[in-house]
Design a protein around this ligand. Structure first.
Ligand code: GDD
Ligand code: MN
Length: 396
């Protein structure tokens, strides 16, 4: 670039050099061995004459990495790979995609499946659709779009059900702008998405991106094809992960703790009512049984839904359970004399008295859980799922 001052031409120093790549195509793979060859060929052909690179985000346990290396040798595009093994495979599919995005050099990042259910020929159209937007989504639920490639009727139902739920939970960020937040086929402007905000887990990386940013979205309809080879990795676990994702996107830890506590309280009161009114059990004995049951169920639920990200940061599971049992039993034991006081001296109905005391105990329990049981040894700075060091092999 040159600027003109009078008659003198001054050379302005060039901007810092960085590889100019327009699109990074991030492809998550888990045991997609026989799909790699055809995939790399078709993606390369689709992007011929464009500036693009392929980054495989691979968690495979079979020979997929070797196939990727082989395909890279003859590919028409630069191919790189982030390969994760064993415990490094944090966050499953969404975690893998995030680690691929983290090393992307393109101004745009396009994410697509590695089993050819997302037609590579459509990928450049998706990239072009993102030109005047932050994000372009290939939607199965728009116009000529089609979700029939989902293997079973039951999966189609789950997919449209979770889409509705996501749209209801995020009316502005999802409902208004996106008909298919569950799709794994989309392209976004790298500078519009803040990777640090994402807490990738499960299958739904797009939902995570949408829910944490207010984006300008374009959609194009697409028909979800059939798998070329191999089998789907979706399972009921992904359903659970999705519910957990919705919960944590909508609420903070304290609210989740309260939700778990409320469930525990409901269980406590139900058990107590059943024992007192159904079996004629003495209310003190009933309160003890009810307390033990809800203490245990609270532990299981909070391990999974409240402190999951901190579980491995501090004490071992047995240690956490011991802390939890000790504190909650001590707290319940202290609560018992108060219950007797309320019931026999103040004549408060036993279940109501129990409810009042549980509400008081809530604050103390949250403090203890977060300050003692799940106290992390070191507080992680970045959301889980992005390893500090991503081994990226330049394959060609
Ligand atoms: N790295 C990595 N790690 N890749 C994975 C993992 C994982 O744990 N699990 C699945 N994959 C890869 C697969 O190899 C495939 O390339 C892609 O992610 C999609 O996985 P499939 O197992 O083929 O999923 P699907 O066809 O049932 O699900 C599709 O529909 C969903 C919406 O209903 C995908 O498009 C999903 O992205 C989409 O969310
Ligand atoms: Mn698939």
């Amino acid at each position: 670039m040159a600027h003109l001052f009078g008659t003198q031409v001054l050379a302005v120093p060039a901007a810092p050099v960085r590889p100019v790549i327009d699109t990074t195509i991030v492809i998550p793979t888990f045991n997609e061995s026989s799909n790699i060859g055809p995939l790399v060929t078709r993606v390369s052909e689709a992007f011929a004459g464009r500036s693009a690179e392929i980054v495989f985000a691979d968690d495979s346990t079979d020979d997929t990495p070797a196939r990727i290396t082989a395909a890279a040798g003859t590919a028409g595009l630069p191919v790189r790979m982030v390969h994760r093994e064993g415990d490094d495979r944090v966050g499953g599919l969404a975690g893998a995609v995030t680690s691929g995005i983290a090393v992307a050099r393109g101004d745009f990042v396009l994410v697509m499946d590695g089993d050819l259910q997302h037609p590579p020929e459509m990928a450049p159209l998706l990239r072009d659709a993102a030109q005047d937007a932050d994000l372009a989504v290939a939607s199965r639920y728009l116009g000529a779009g089609d979700a029939s490639g989902l293997s079973t009727r039951h999966r189609r139902l789950v997919s449209s059900g979770s889409t509705l739920l996501a749209q209801a939970c995020f009316p502005r960020r999802v409902g208004k702008v996106c008909t298919d937040p569950m799709t794994g086929f989309f392209c976004f402007r790298r500078s519009s998405v803040d990777l640090q905000r994402l807490q990738p887990r499960g299958f739904k990386i797009l939902l995570e991106i949408l829910a944490r940013h207010q984006l300008v979205v374009r959609e194009i309809p697409f028909a979800f094809g059939k798998r070329l080879a191999g089998e789907s990795k979706a399972s009921w676990r992904n359903g659970l992960a999705f519910l957990h994702q919705m919960l944590s996107l909508r609420m903070g830890r304290m609210v989740r703790f309260a939700a778990v506590g409320a469930l525990g309280t409901a269980l406590n009161l139900a058990v107590m009512a059943l024992l007192v009114h159904g079996f004629g059990t003495w209310y003190v004995a009933a309160a003890v049984v009810a307390a033990e049951l809800s203490i245990l169920s609270n532990f299981l639920l909070q391990e999974r839904f409240v402190f999951r990200d901190l579980r491995d940061e501090g004490h071992t599971r047995n240690r956490r359970l011991a802390h939890h049992l000790l504190f909650n039993n001590a707290e319940a034991a202290v609560r018992l004399p108060f219950l007797v006081l309320l019931v026999s001296v103040l004549h408060v109905p036993s279940v109501l008295g129990q409810g009042l005391l549980l509400a008081l105990a809530f604050g103390a329990r949250f403090l203890f859980a977060s300050r003692v049981v799940y106290r992390p040894a070191v507080v992680p700075a970045v959301g889980a799922g992005v390893p500090d060091l991503v081994p990226v092999g330049e394959l060609r």
